[in-house]
Design a protein around this ligand. Sequence first.
Ligand code: ADQ
Length: 491
Amino acid sequence: MINNGKLLVISNRLPLTVEKMSGVFNVKPTSGGLVTALDSVLRKRGGTWIGWAGSETNMELESVIELASLNHPYRLEAVPLTEAEIADFYLGYANEIVWPLFHDLQSRCNFNPKYWSAYCAVNKRFARTAVRLATAADFIWVHGYQFTMVAKYLREWHFQGGIGFFQHIPFPPTDIFEKLPWRKAILEGMLSHDILGFQTERDRRNFVACVRSLLASAKVADDQITYSGHSSAVAVFPVSVDFREFAETAAQADVAAHATRMMEEHPGRQIVLGVDRLDYTKGIVERLRAFQHLLSHEPQLRRNVTFIQLVVPGRSDIPKYRELKQEVEQLVSEINGEFSDSGWIPIVYFYRHISREELVAYYRAADIALVTPLKDGMNLVAKEYCASQVEHKGVLILSEFAGSASELRCGALLVNPNDQQAVADALKAATRMTVGERKQRMQALRNALRENDVYSWAESFFKVGRETLAGQPRSALGNRPTAFRKVAGAS
Ligand code: ADQ
C-alpha cells in the first residue's frame, strides 16, 4: 500500500444496495464493472469503502447498512443523499451530463445549472466523510466522474495523505469536453490528486490535451502535470478482472455441469452470448439489429445459432433507460416473431441479476461472445468471458470502441458496432472458425490477461502513487502542509 496506511475507496455506489419493498428493506449486491473490480481488491487487502447505498437515506436505512457491514469482509461507510440530491447529482449531473457527454453522445445532455451546485455539495459531503475516517498515513482512492471535486476540498482542508483518482469511463477529446460548462473546475479538481489513472492511452492523451487547451498555466511534462504548485502523475492502468477466480469457478464440476445443461438446451447450435448492464452505450439495440441482419442474409445459419442476451437491470428510475428496456424487448419479440421455427427460438432474453456461478456457466457454454459497446471505458465482460473459457473453444467478437480492444486485439475479432454488415460478417466467420484457430486465439487472449489481472491493476496504481508521493518536486511540497512532506518522504 501507499504510506503503509489504510486504503479508503470512494465511489458512487457501495457494493451493497438497499431497497425498500413493501415496507421491508432488501439488501442485494450492486452490479457493474466498477464494483466487480474494486470488490476483489478490497476483499484481498481490506480497507474502507465510502459510497451511497442506492436509496434516499434515513435512520432506518443507516442501521440496515451498519448491520450488513458487520458480516462484510471490509468496512462499509454509507454517505446519505437526499431526494433532491438523488435527482440533481445522480440522475442529473452524473446521468444527464457526464455519462452521455463522455461517451460521445452530446445530444443526450441536459446542462441544467442546478445540477452543478448539487454535484459540489455531494462531493463536499463525501470529502467530509473521508477526512473524518482518514489519517495522513492513509491513501484515499477516488473512483469515477461523480467525484472529481473531492480532492480539491480535501486539499483546501489541508488533508495530508495521498489521494488518487481513477477514471473508469472514457475521457473525451477536447472538442467534446469543452462543451461542459464547468470544464475548468473539473480539470482543476482532477489535478488536485497525486495520481490520475486512465483506462487507455487515448483517454490519457485526451485529458492532457484538454489541460493544455483550457489551463494555460499548467506545465505538462512526460507523464506529469504541474498546476498551481501541485504535481500529479498521469498514467494508464487498464482495469481487469480476477482472472484466477473466474478460471477456477469455470473449472468447478457444478459450473461445468450447468454449462453442459445449457448447451443441451440448444442441441447442435452455437450459442452466441451478450451480457450487459442496461445502458444505451452498450449497443444492445445495434447488436440485435446486426443479428437480425445475419438471419435475413444468411438463411443457412438459421436454426444453427441461438443468441442469449443477459441484461442486468439498472437506472430504471430514469425514463430514457425505461424506454431503452422497451425498445430492446420489442426488438427481441420482432426478431423472434420473424424467424422462430418449430423447436427453435433465435433469441433468448433475460432481464435480471444473476449469480457469479451462473454467469460463469454462461461464459463457459458460449461458443461466441458478442461484446459490442458503442463506446466503453474498458468492458469487463470481454475479460470475464476469456478468463472463464477454460476449454479454449470460444470466439470473442469485440467492439473496437471498447477500452479492452487495445489489449485484446491479439485474439479477438474487432468490429465497428455501428456497422451491421461487419458485425454479421464477424458472426458468420466465428461460426465457421476451426477448432484450432479458436484455441490459438483464446490462448493468446488468456495469456494477455493472466498476469494483468485486477490485483496487478491496483498494485501498479499504488506503485506509481508511491513514487509520485516520494518524488514530489520542491515547488509542490512547498505548497503543502509540513506533515505531508514527512509522509511523502517516508513512503
Ligand atoms: P460498467 O459500465 O458497469 O462499468 P462493464 O465493465 O461491462 O461495465 O461491467 C459490467 C459488469 O456487470 C460485469 O462485471 C458483468 O459481469 C456484470 N453483469 C452484467 N450483466 C450481469 C447480470 N445479468 N448479472 C450479474 N452481473 C452482470 C464501468 C465502465 C466500464 C469499465 C468498468 C470498470 O463503464 O467501461 O470496464 O466500469 O472500470
